[in-house]
Design a protein around this ligand. Structure first.
Ligand code: ADP
Ligand code: MG
Length: 751
C-alpha cells in the first residue's frame, strides 16, 4: 500500500507513534515508538527506507527508537519520507487490531496497561476539562451581568444562555443513555439530565447551567484525584529493580530488563517474575499467571509453551527465548495490576453508592410531593436541584479513599484498593513471618564449621554461596556476603532451584550437586547430618539459625546464622496491641526452637515454627474462622499465606516479587512502621468519610426542607450544591497531605 504524502497528518503520525525530532536540509531525525528495543523492527525499517530513491544513508538507535535519514533534497522531501515511514506502521497496526483477542467484559474498566486505554482516558479527561472551561466561562459571564451590571438574564431556551445550557446537556444525555441502555445501571445521570431539561423548559436556564457546572466540576475533580493516585502508585512500582538473568556463554548474567533483546535466553527461577514475553526453550515450572488472566491456579509450563512478562514462576526454573520486551509487555502488566487495584471498591464506597441511590429516591418523592401540595413547579424544581445530585454522597467515600491511596503511595506503601484500606483497620489477628519480617533482611553468618580439616571456612562458604548465588532469601544474602568477605570462589556455572521454606539445590557444570538448607531439607534428601549435632544444639541455644551445606550426598559443613530482630519490631508490635489488635502470632519456616527464642523479645500469643508454605496457609485458614486475619511476610514461602489471609501485607524492596503480588498491601521500603502507618491511615480515612457523609446528608435534607417551604430560590439551591460538593472534596483532599502520627499509639495513649 502506498499512502499519499497529502494524507499524512500530524495526528496520524502521532497515532502511529512517530515524532519528528529534527529536520534539516538533507537530514531527518524521527523517533518511532515501535522501534524502541525492537532490533528486528529497526532493521526492517532501515531496509525499507534505504530503498527509497534519493536516500544516502539510514541509521537507527535501539535505545531511543530513533531513525536518522540522510537524503538528497533535490530528489526527495521530508513529507514523502514520513509517508514511507508510516506505511509499514499502518500495516502493522491493522494486523494488531485484527489479531487482538476481545478482552473479558471487565477489562475496559480495569485495564490501563495498554496504550489505547491510556489514550482513551486521556481523551475523556481533556473533553471533560473543555466542558468545565466552557461552562465556567458561561457562569462567569452570567454572574458578571447579574451582579456587576445588574442586568437581567434572558432565560428562555432560545437565549444565548439557553443554547449554552442545551449544548452542555447533550453529553450528559448521551452518558445517561449509555448508562441505562448499555450498562443497565441506575445512575444519577438520567435524573440530572432530566432535571437540566426540565429546568430549561421552565425557563430557568441559569439554574440548568449551574447543575451542569457542578456535575462537570465534580467529575473532573474525581478524575484528577484518580490520576494523581495512579501516578503515585506507578512511581513506586518503578522503583522495584527490573533485572533478569540472561544466559551468556553458558553462565547466567544479571541484566537490566531494558537491555534484553528478542532472541535472548532469559532464565526465571522460583519466585521470580518473568521479564519478557517468550517461548520456553528448556525447563518446567508452575507459573502464576493471575496478573494477566486472573486465574488463581498456577499453570504448568514446559518447552514450547508461551509465557508472558509479569507472570511469576511459583516453582521451578524456565529458560525462555525472548520474543517481546519493553514497554509493550512488562510495564503494561504492572499498570494493569495497579488499575485493578483502583477498582477494588471498599465496602464503605458501596454503602455510599447505596446511600446516594436512597437519597435520589427520597429526592424524587420530595419533588413530586412538593409539586402535588404546592402546585408550584419552581419550588418543586428547587427541591429537585438540591436532592437530584447526590454526587456529593458518592464522592464522600470515593474521594477520601483515592486520596488516602495516593498518600500511602507517597509513603512507599502500595495499597491495592479501598477494600484493603478499610479492612486493615479492622483486622484483629496479625500473623507475622519471622525471617526477614520480624528480623533484619540481612542476617549475619556467625560461625562456619567444616566436616574435616581441609574443608575450611572459605571452601564451605564457597559451596554454599555458589548454590545461593541467584537467591533473594535473607539467608542467601547473608551467605553471599560472608563468602565475598572471606574471598571464597563462587562458581558462575551453577543451575539452581529454590525450595521455599527449606533451602536451595544446585548442580554445578553437571558434575557437582550442592544442597543448602535446614534440617528438614537434608532429611528429605536423605543426607545424614548427625556429625554436626552437638554444634547445632549449641548454635540454636544462641538463637542462631542452623544451615547445612551438603555436596554430592554428604554433609560437608554447617553454618550458624544470627538473625537480629529489627530495631522497630517491639515498638510496632506494642502499638498494634494498643490499637486493639487481639492476638499476634509468629508463623515461621525456621526451626521450632529458634522460633521460640522470639518469645524473649515480645510476648506473642502463639509461636509456630517448622511450617511449610502450605502449613502457614492452613494455619491462617483456621484462624480466619474466628477473626479477620492479617498476614505479614516477605518471602516466596509466604505467598500462599498472604493470599489466604483477609489482608496480606508484604515487606517489599528486599522481598520476593511473588509475595508482593500475592499481597493486598506492600510496604515498599521494608520497614515494619508501615504497619502502623496503614492502620492509622485506615482509621483516619474512615473518620473523614463519616464527616463527609454527615455533611452531605445534612445539607441535602436541610436544603430540600427549605426548598419545600419556598424559602430557597433555584440559584441558592445551586449554591448549596457547590458548597457541599466543594466542602467534601476539600475535606478529602486534606488526606493527601495527612502525615502518620510520629509517636506510636503507645506514647500517644500515655499522654
Ligand atoms: P520464615 O518463615 O521464618 O521467614 P523461611 O520459611 O523463609 O523462614 O525459611 C525457613 C528456613 O528454611 C530458614 O530458617 C532456613 O533454615 C531454611 N532456608 C530457607 N531458604 C533458605 C536458603 N535460601 N538458604 C538456606 N536456608 C534456607
Ligand atoms: Mg521470611
Amino acid at each position: 500500500m502506498a499512502i499519499h504524502s497529502q494524507q499524512l497528518t500530524k495526528s496520524l503520525l502521532q497515532r502511529l507513534g512517530v515524532r519528528v525530532k529534527q529536520t534539516m536540509a538533507g537530514r531527518l531525525r524521527v523517533r518511532i515508538r515501535s522501534l524502541q528495543y525492537m532490533s528486528t523492527n529497526c532493521s526492517r525499517m532501515e531496509q525499507h527506507i534505504s530503498r527509497l530513491e534519493g536516500v544516502h544513508n539510514v541509521e537507527t538507535r535501539l535505545a531511543t527508537g530513533s531513525l536518522i535519514v540522510w537524503f538528497d533534497p533535490a530528489v526527495l522531501d521530508t513529507k514523502s519520507i514520513l509517508a514511507s515511514i508510516a506505511e509499514p506502521l499502518i500495516i502493522a497496526k491493522k494486523g494488531r487490531a485484527k489479531n487482538k483477542v476481545s478482552p473479558p467484559p471487565s477489562a475496559p474498566a480495569t485495564c490501563s496497561g495498554c496504550d489505547s486505554c491510556e489514550r482513551m482516558r486521556e481523551k475523556n479527561f481533556s473533553s471533560k476539562r473543555k466542558r468545565v472551561i466552557f461552562l465556567t466561562g458561561i457562569m462567569a459571564w452570567s454572574l458578571v451581568k447579574l451582579w456587576v451590571f445588574q442586568l437581567p438574564l434572558a432565560q428562555t431556551p432560545f437565549s444565548l444562555l439557553g443554547i449554552a445550557a442545551i449544548a452542555g446537556t447533550i453529553p450528559l444525555l448521551k452518558e445517561a443513555v449509555f448508562d441505562t441502555v448499555e450498562k443497565k445501571k441506575l445512575t444519577v445521570k438520567p435524573f440530572l439530565a432530566a432535571g437540566a431539561l426540565a429546568t430549561i423548559a421552565l425557563g430557568e436556564v441559569f439554574s440548568a447551567v449551574q447543575i451542569l457546572w457542578i456535575y462537570n466540576v465534580a467529575e473532573l475533580t474525581e478524575d484528577y484525584v484518580a490520576r494523581r493516585s495512579r501516578q503515585a502508585i506507578k512511581d513506586i512500582l518503578q522503583v522495584a529493580p527490573q533485572n533478569a538473568w540472561v544466559v551468556v556463554n553458558g553462565a547466567e548474567i544479571e541484566t537490566a530488563v531494558s537491555e534484553i533483546l528478542p532472541g535472548d535466553i532469559v532464565v526465571a527461577h522460583t519466585g521470580e517474575k518473568i521479564a519478557v514475553d517468550g517461548v520456553v526453550e528448556k525447563g518446567e515450572a508452575l507459573v502464576d499467571e493471575s496478573s494477566i488472566n486472573g486465574r488463581a491456579e498456577a499453570m504448568h509450563r514446559r518447552a514450547e509453551d508461551s509465557v508472558f512478562a509479569g507472570t511469576i514462576v511459583s516453582q521451578g526454573t524456565l529458560y525462555i527465548k525472548t520474543v517481546k520486551t519493553g514497554e509493550d509487555t512488562y510495564l503494561a502488566n504492572i499498570m494493569k495490576m495497579v488499575e485493578e487495584s483502583m477498582s477494588n471498591k471498599a465496602p464503605v464506597e458501596q454503602k455510599a453508592d447505596e446511600l446516594a441511590g436512597r437519597l435520589l429516591r427520597i429526592g424524587l418523592a420530595a419533588t413530586a410531593l412538593t409539586l402535588l401540595f404546592t402546585g408550584d413547579p419552581l419550588r418543586a424544581l428547587t427541591v429537585m436541584l438540591v436532592m437530584s445530585c447526590p454526587c456529593a454522597t458518592v464522592l464522600a467515600a470515593s474521594s477520601a479513599i483515592t486520596a488516602s491511596l495516593a498518600n500511602a503511595a507517597r509513603h512507599s506503601v502500595l495499597i491495592k484498593g479501598g477494600l484493603y484500606l478499610e479492612m486493615v483497620g479492622r483486622t484483629e489477628v496479625y500473623c507475622l513471618d519471622k525471617t526477614g519480617t520480624l528480623t533484619c533482611e540481612e542476617p549475619e553468618v556467625m560461625a562456619v564449621y567444616g566436616r574435616s580439616a581441609d574443608l575450611d571456612e572459605k571452601k564451605v562458604l564457597g559451596f554454599a554461596a555458589t548454590a545461593e548465588s541467584h537467591n533473594q532469601h535473607p539467608m542467601a544474602k547473608a551467605i553471599i556476603a560472608a563468602a565475598r568477605e572471606k574471598g571464597a570462589t563462587i562458581s558462575p556455572q551453577a543451575v539452581c532451584e529454590f525450595k521455599p521454606g527449606r533451602g536451595v539445590s544446585c548442580t554445578v557444570a553437571d558434575k557437582e550437586e550442592i544442597f543448602v538448607g535446614n534440617m528438614k531439607f537434608m532429611a528429605e534428601q536423605g543426607i545424614d547430618v548427625s556429625f554436626f549435632e552437638e554444634k547445632s544444639i549449641a548454635e540454636k541455644k544462641e538463637g542462631n539459625t542452623v544451615v547445612y551445606v551438603a555436596r554430592n550426598g554428604r554433609a560437608e559443613g554447617m553454618l550458624g546464622v544470627a538473625n537480629p530482630v529489627r530495631g522497630e519490631t517491639v515498638r510496632v508490635l506494642r502499638s498494634l496491641k494498643d490499637d486493639g489488635v487481639r492476638e499476634i502470632h509468629i508463623v515461621s519456616g525456621d526451626s521450632e526452637d529458634v522460633a521460640q527464642t522470639m518469645m524473649q523479645v515480645f510476648s506473642f500469643d502463639a509461636v509456630k515454627g517448622d511450617l511449610m508454605p502450605e502449613e502457614k496457609s492452613r494455619y491462617i485458614e483456621l484462624l480466619r474462622q474466628k477473626y479477620p486475619v492479617a498476614m505479614v511476610g516477605d518471602g516466596v514461602n509466604d505467598a500462599l499465606a498472604l493470599a489466604q489471609a483477609d489482608i496480606g501485607i508484604a515487606m517489599g524492596a528486599a522481598g520476593a516479587e511473588v509475595a508482593m503480588e500475592a499481597a493486598d498491601i506492600a510496604l515498599a521500603d521494608s520497614n515494619l512502621e508501615g504497619l502502623i502507618m496503614v492502620r492509622s491511615l485506615s482509621h483516619r480515612t474512615m473518620q473523614v468519610i463519616d464527616q463527609n457523609h454527615y455533611f452531605a446528608v445534612s445539607t441535602d435534607l436541610l436544603g430540600a426542607a427549605l426548598g419545600m417551604m419556598g424559602i430557597l430560590s433555584p440559584i441558592m439551591a445551586g449554591m448549596i450544591h457547590i458548597i457541599h460538593t466543594g466542602g467534601i472534596l476539600v475535606n478529602s483532599s486534606l488526606l493527601l497531605r495527612w502525615e502518620p502520627p510520629t509517636q506510636s499509639f503507645t506514647e500517644e495513649k500515655k499522654k
